[in-house]
Design a protein around this ligand. Structure first.
Ligand code: NAP
Length: 279
């Protein structure tokens, strides 16, 4: 598995695994745990979750998937904006640690900006980091102006990652946020890299044509496309074992200039500043 360097120097898997909707249905838990375990076996050792997902249920699925192999895995979780106060962050973190059945979260993110001042959330993250409860912290769904505010806060330079929507139909971050993060060594985690519900994006004639040339699937092309930047981590969610295998193998897909031009023609890059797309 290729890796992406965090500002601390630590390397993490460039393709990880999302968990949104996991833990929602009891009948699917066994399959979801098995899918995550297969993904870990195939090198997708970064697992993204959140206190929001299935009301903590996704964190419980992750706990089962990493049981007995915690040290192999890099766990990312997220705090709700409503919990992002100086006292709310450590309390939410303790609840997540309990559900995850672990003593530390590797990367803890603010899920999106809410009512609490960013500097307060940063202070809470820094305190958790110093206490060893989290190893790194970052943000999600923040555009450049918010990132600048984070970086001005005491300790704000320690922001390790920004997790944002990024796929061929949602390229606004290429205009300014992606280069902003690259310049400062902040990793960008591309969420919904397959377009979330997948049907529209994965039927894109351009992606399908490129996939055909390489003898791979449109999903693998979408993942390889996002990973053309060395500071981007992609976190597709897959509960299906076949999808998990495909996603892990996407690391070997290398797109040519011709492929990228064909994708650009159908899914144009931004020519001006756009508001940050959210899901
Ligand atoms: P996604 O990963 O773009 O798409 C997930 C869908 O794609 C699932 O229906 C999955 O089906 C299917 N799929 C997976 N691999 C496939 C393949 N190789 N071929 C065809 N279909 C495939 O969408 P997402 O779940 O929205 O985003 C990924 C992760 O990002 C989330 O799970 C979550 O961890 C994170 N996220 C974060 C935020 C945020 O605000 N920070 C927002 C959205 C998402 P199966 O499950 O049946 O395999």
């Amino acid at each position: 598995m290729r890796t992406v360097r965090l500002p601390s120097g630590e390397q993490v898997a460039a393709i990880g695994q999302g968990t949104w909707y996991m833990g929602d249905r009891k009948s699917e838990a066994t399959g979801e745990v098995a899918a995550l375990q297969l993904g870990i076996d195939l090198g997708m050792t970064l697992i993204d979750t959140a206190e929001m997902y299935a009301d903590g249920g996704a964190e419980r699925i992750v706990a089962q998937a990493v049981s007995g192999r915690r040290d192999e895995v890099f766990i990312v979780s997220k705090v709700y904006p409503r919990n992002a106060s100086r006292s709310g962050v450590p309390a939410a973190c303790e609840r997540s640690l309990k559900r995850l059945n672990t003593d530390r979260i590797d990367l803890y993110l603010l899920h999106w900006r809410g009512g609490h001042p960013l500097a307060e959330t940063v202070a809470a993250f820094e305190a958790l980091r110093q206490a060893g409860k989290i190893r790194h912290w970052g943000v999600s769904n923040l555009d450049v102006s918010d990132m600048e505010e984070v970086s001005r806060a005491p300790g704000g330079a320690n922001c390790a990652a920004n997790q944002v929507l990024y796929h061929p139909n949602s390229r606004g971050i290429e205009y300014d946020l992606l280069p902003w993060c690259e310049k400062r060594g902040v990793a960008v985690m591309a969420y919904s890299p397959l377009g979330h519900t997948t049907s529209r994006l994965l039927h894109s004639p351009a992606l399908v044509a490129v996939a055909k040339r390489h003898g791979v699937t449109a999903a693998q092309v979408a993942l390889a496309w996002g990973l053309r930047f060395s500071h981007v981590i992609s976190i597709p969610k897959a509960s299906d074992a076949g999808h998990v295998r495909e996603n892990a193998a996407a690391i070997d897909v290398v797109l040519t200039a011709e492929d990228l031009a064909e994708i650009d023609a159908a899914h144009p890059p931004p020519g001006r500043k756009r508001a940050l797309d959210l899901l």
